[in-house]
Ligand binder design. Structure first.
Ligand SMILES: Cc1cc2nc3c(=O)[nH]c(=O)nc-3n(C[C@H](O)[C@H](O)[C@H](O)COP(=O)(O)OP(=O)(O)OC[C@H]3O[C@@H](n4cnc5c(N)ncnc54)[C@H](O)[C@@H]3O)c2cc1C
Length: 628
């Protein structure tokens, strides 16, 4: 029996990594928000690796923070280890990676949700989207509660018709033996939403007491940990190491002998798995020339003995998993606390979405996270905050927010999904971002804080600090342009200590800093210091000066790209009326309904010839409209 359970502005289904960001963003923008999830004790649960960040993903966490999201602040309060990766390489590939204390991460995020104004969180299973005249009007739970709202965001992750696979064992379940969500999948199909079947896998967990660490290599955190959030001022110094070991020929032999027992290799028709998080079976088959594969032993938290065996994701039978574990140095006597498994689940085909993450077919209904075909906590959280912002903007009568490919990895992620779609779980990589030199860990605030502030997601106090930082960076750059460094013995000594060529004639500090062997501190040591400048201001000055030429070139490319992005295409353009378009291009354009010529040019199957025809047609249409 359905009963009226109340009215909200926005409803978020799910409190995973996408759901929490969506709910917090909508509530903080002023939308009266309801969050429904299956289990309040599993809010922001990490069903797989106990880590946040890494290449590209770490930069996304910074971007979410610059927009006013929560993931960065939460991991800065709950990490057991923090490392800056690729410090030997350029700033475009440097990224933070934190090992998370899973139970603490959940506790911190739940507290944040419970104390958030405008946000109501409830435990419940949503079975149906309430749609009237083709427009989303709310949700109905399995207990008959009808919650009405103008916008609804589905962030149900890997729970949609979840099926756990381990050898020939398979059963309906969400991750970690949680309930699966069946009726909502069926309802989306009834509403004409196209679903696809994906899968992902996770490795076993073993008891730390049963690991012989003397046979592994320690992987400590950074001495001076940094934070993901621009608001973090205190750092957790007491870090816990991870440990590195390797598979060996015997491990590979055990796997090869049992490949047919793997749910993934038994030949049964299965969902598509992530290319970039391969199972150990995949690795043994695809890289059979490699004598060993890295295995990282990652503690799941400070107050638990559970250790995540990174690199051993599998869907082989439990009995085989024991053999595999015992073949690995350090794990000869390992006790398995949880077996690895694979999970198959429904995902929404993301080309059915506008770049705001609203479904084209059902106005008011948004989707975000793994349900859109991605893999990863960070990718989910990124979509969550954007869906939350746009669902609230729709209710509050504000302009939608679409980040383009030159502004953020979040922009790259969403544009790839809604324009190109994905045939397997999509994972963010630096190589996906053509403007990655502009999308760095160090400048996420400069790229996005203004937007977060405009939306009311960044506090005035933080914004003032941000404005101050920008001003100090510009003033220091201007100062270094004026300071002349002469070839004095002190300067020559500094240059020699840095293996840099001696100075023959006076040079501006700004230009000398461009030398690869030198950094801000070196230059600062031979000129009058600008006392009190913070480390991140100095870092920004150094990067902006050193990479000035590359950044300028990248910005010129962006300007060229923007010209195509500014050529808007009417949402209701009739592609059948345009003669000369290739059939595949016409079909793809009708499916994706790109909002700009730039987006149209990124659709696979739409060629430059089609773009020229489209450009002429739009231009003629514009001229015709002007004429009338
Ligand atoms: C087995 C496994 C392996 C993984 N392997 C990888 C990997 O290799 N690499 C990687 O990057 N990531 C991996 N992931 C992680 C993946 O990124 C996460 O699933 C991530 O948590 C996705 O975030 P999300 O917010 O989209 O969904 P989830 O975190 O899954 O959250 C979904 C939320 O929706 C709720 N919910 C579901 N149905 C309903 C309903 N009908 N009504 C109300 N609430 C509902 C749930 O309670 C939950 O809170 C793996 C996940 C799993 C389960």
């Amino acid at each position: 029996m359905v009963y009226d359970a109340g009215r909200f502005d926005t409803i978020v289904i799910g409190a995973g990594h996408a759901g929490v960001e969506a709910g917090l963003a909508a509530a903080r923008m002023g939308a009266k928000t309801l969050m429904l999830t299956l289990n309040l004790d599993m809010i922001a649960f990490m069903p797989c690796n106990p880590s946040v960040g890494g290449p590209a993903k770490g930069i996304v966490v910074r971007e979410i923070d610059a927009l006013g999201g929560e993931m960065a602040k939460t991991i800065d309060k709950s990490y057991i280890q923090m490392r800056m990766l690729n410090t030997g390489k350029g700033p475009a590939v440097q990224a933070l990676r934190a090992q998370a204390d899973k139970p603490i991460y959940i506790k911190e995020m739940k507290q944040t949700l419970e104390n958030q104004e405008n946000l109501t969180i409830r435990q419940g299973m949503v079975d149906k989207i309430f749609v009237e005249d083709g427009i989303c009007k709310g949700v109905i739970t399995e207990t008959g509660a009808l919650y009405q709202a103008e916008t609804v965001i589905i962030t149900t992750g890997t729970f949609m018709r979840g099926k756990v696979l381990m050898g020939d064992l398979e059963y309906e379940s969400g991750p970690n033996n949680q309930r699966t969500s069946v009726k909502l999948s069926e309802n989306l199909e009834e509403l004409g939403i196209e679903l696809t079947r994906f899968k992902t896998g996770t490795p076993p967990r073993v008891n730390s007491h049963t690991i012989d660490y003397s046979k592994t290599e320690i992987q400590p955190g950074d001495d001076k940990p940094q934070g993901f959030s621009y608001e973090t001022k205190e750092f957790i110094m007491d870090q816990i190491p991870c440990w590195l070991t390797y598979t060996n020929e015997f491990t590979h032999q055990v796997i090869n002998e049992n490949l047919g027992l793997s749910a993934m290799y038994s030949g049964a028709k299965r969902g598509t798995g992530p290319r970039y998080c391969p199972s150990i079976e995949d690795k043994i088959v695809r890289f059979n020339d490699k004598p060993r594969h890295q295995i990282f032993l990652e503690p799941e938290g400070r107050d638990t003995e559970e250790v995540y065996v990174q690199g051993l994701s599998t869907s082989l039978p439990e009995s085989v998993q024991h053999k595999i574990l015992r073949s690995i140095p350090g794990l000869e006597k390992a006790e398995m606390m949880r077996p690895g498994y694979a999970i198959e689940y429904d995902a929404v085909v993301p080309t059915q979405l506008w770049p705001t993450l609203e479904l084209k077919k059902i106005p008011g209904l948004f989707t975000a996270g793994q349900i859109n075909g991605t893999s990863g906590y960070e990718e989910a959280a990124a979509q969550g905050i954007m869906a939350g912002i746009n669902a609230a903007a729709k209710v509050l009568g504000k302009e939608p927010v679409i980040l383009d490919r030159s502004q953020a990895y979040i922009g790259v992620l969403i544009d790839d999904l809604v324009t190109k779609g994905t045939k397997e779980p999509y994972r963010l990589l630096t190589s996906r971002a053509e403007y990655r030199l502009l999308l760095r860990h160090d400048n996420a605030d400069l790229r996005l804080t203004d937007i977060g502030h405009e939306l009311g997601l960044i506090s005035e106090e933080r914004y003032e600090q941000f404005e101050k930082k920008k001003q100090l960076v510009e003033e220091e750059k201007a100062r270094l342009r004026k300071v002349t460094i002469k070839p004095t013995p002190e300067v020559q000594a500094m240059l020699e200590s840095a293996n840099a060529t001696a100075l023959r004639e006076p040079m501006k500090a700004y230009d000398l800093l461009k030398r690869p062997e030198l950094n801000y501190d070196k230059i600062d040591s031979v000129i009058e210091s600008n006392e009190g400048l913070s480390a991140d201001v100095k870092e920004q000055v150094e990067i902006q000066i050193k990479y000035e030429g590359y950044i300028k070139k990248a910005n010129e490319q962006v300007e060229r790209m923007k010209k195509m992005e500014d050529k808007k295409i009417p949402e209701d353009l009739d592609y059948d009326a345009i003669s000369g378009l290739a059939t595949e291009a016409r079909q793809k354009l009708q499916l994706v309904r790109p909002l700009s010529v730039g987006q149209a040019s990124r659709i696979s199957g739409v060629n430059p010839a089609d773009i020229s025809i489209l450009l002429i047609y739009i231009e003629q249409g514009r001229i015709a409209k002007v004429a009338n």
